[in-house]
Write a protein that binds this ligand. Structure first.
Ligand code: FCB
Length: 435
């Protein structure tokens, strides 16, 4: 595959971008996010579709099915985002739609994605496109998914296909939450391939997915140099359940290291986990840092898997999480050490109560405002999610949306929080004159 060799980019291959901006992140991004499998519907060629068929994998035996039918109704969601005062729309491409079989491109899928992008622009929003958001084509998963390094050739083919064909995108994300997808797939077993405590699998997969990020960065840059490309990483803090417990303190340190530090240090040093030498593709492979932030957890010896989501008296969300806005400040502080602009690429809360949603967003936006005042380089805030959607192993129950979905009719009903958010944007304290 000479064409895909990325060592010597040919000048004439550095293609088009009809939309240009000198600094793609000069404007503050207010956005909403979604992902392909959680919203498009009828995604039948990926590993999740098959995982959902297995008994006991998804709460209440639910399946993504039609999801929110974003594949057909995307314009409604884009228009709503515009109505709520947003200027950015984050979504992801489904690898298994674009490359349904090895080395085979489905141009009609690419055309649909281009239509989504053009529609986002038509309504005056900036598209932010994620190349990989948790799902793998089933045929890649059958060959070992991220554990098998040879699948990186297929990844390169997919990314190059996208970069050569998709136009008018400036903001790209390579991989969404590499640490989450690999920990859930190979450690807790909650995501496909469903392996628990598979340490060799975990190590190989985390190395390969980080390398995949580095490769994607360079491939997209080669075809579209005038872009800003980031990785999206979730930061979650682990605290000892009992402050005085030595073993819980030690374990909390270990979990923070495994979950947060491994990826951050790989990006800082350019070294893949367990490698002594920097990797040429991983080194200098982000233009901005996409920070996803939701919650904290406790480390508890008594708990199966050692993680407790909450303590008895604490307020919890539909998914049992404890809101912890201060943690966003700590996350911004930690990732700022990478020296790159930070975009909050996800933050949100699963709840049926919009007062909770408003309080959650308010508390986190205040942390962002404080961080900016202290000089941290944050460039945007993207809420998860524009609509309710399929929340992976939790099924359809958690309601993250600014817009409610009636799953019988797929009708969209904006929640109060959406209009509150629109007003809140006007009060946001950001020192540059941006919107
Ligand atoms: C993040 C995922 C996203 C969604 C939210 C609630 O970890 O990136 O797909 O599931 O959590």
């Amino acid at each position: 595959m000479e064409e895909l060799s990325i060592q010597n980019p040919k000048k004439e291959e550095l293609t088009f971008l009809s939309v240009k901006r000198s600094d793609p992140l000069e404007k503050w991004l207010w956005g909403v996010a979604t992902s392909a499998h959680q919203s498009e519907g009828s995604n039948v060629r990926n590993d999740w579709y098959h995982f959902e068929m297995l008994p006991g994998k998804i709460k209440k035996g639910e399946r993504s099915g039609k999801a929110t039918d974003f594949w057909n109704r995307f314009e409604e969601d884009i228009k709503l985002a515009k109505e709520f005062g947003m200027n950015t729309f984050r979504f992801s491409l489904e690898w298994s739609r674009i490359i349904p079989k090895p080395w085979h491109i489905d141009y009609s899928a690419l055309a649909r994605y281009q239509e989504i992008i053009d529609t986002i622009r038509k309504h005056g929003l900036e598209p932010m496109v994620t190349l990989h958001h948790f799902t793998l084509p089933k045929w890649v998963a059958n060959e070992g998914g991220w554990v098998n390094k040879r699948n990186l050739d297929h990844w390169k083919f997919y990314v190059a296909t996208v970069a050569k064909n998709i136009k008018n995108v400036i903001l790209w994300n390579t991989i969404n939450e590499p640490n989450v997808v690999i920990a859930m797939g190979y450690f807790t077993g909650i995501f496909p391939p469903g392996n628990s405590f598979d340490i060799p699998g975990y190590v190989k997969a985390i190395r390969n997915i980080l390398l995949a990020h580095g490769l994607a960065y360079h491939i997209v840059k080669r075809y579209q140099p005038d872009t800003a490309i980031g990785i999206v990483k979730n930061i979650a803090w682990f605290y000892p359940y009992r402050r005085w417990s030595f073993s819980e303190n030690l374990l909390a340190w270990f979990f923070n290291y495994m979950f947060n530090e491994i990826t951050l240090r790989a990006l800082e040093t350019g070294k893949l986990p367990l490698s002594a030498q920097p990797n040429e593709f991983l080194k200098d492979s982000i233009d901005f840092f996409g920070l996803n932030y939701y919650t904290k957890s406790y480390v508890r010896i008594m708990e199966p898997g050692f993680v407790a989501m909450s303590k008895p008296h604490e307020f919890t969300t539909q998914m049992g999480q404890v809101p912890y806005p201060e943690g966003l400040r700590l996350a911004i502080k930690r990732v700022s050490k990478l020296g790159k602009p930070i975009v909050i690429t996800e933050n949100g809360v699963p709840t049926l109560d919009d007062k909770v949603r408003i309080a959650y967003i308010e508390a986190h936006l205040r942390e962002v405002e404080n961080a900016i005042q202290k000089g941290y380089d944050v460039r945007g805030y993207i809420y998860w999610s524009i609509t309710d959607n399929f929340e992976w192993a939790e099924g359809f129950e958690p309601r993250f949306g600014l817009v409610e979905i009636d799953y019988k009719t797929l009708e969209r009903k904006p929640r109060k929080a959406a209009y509150w958010f629109k007003k809140r944007i006007k009060r946001f304290k950001y020192s540059r004159d941006t919107f």
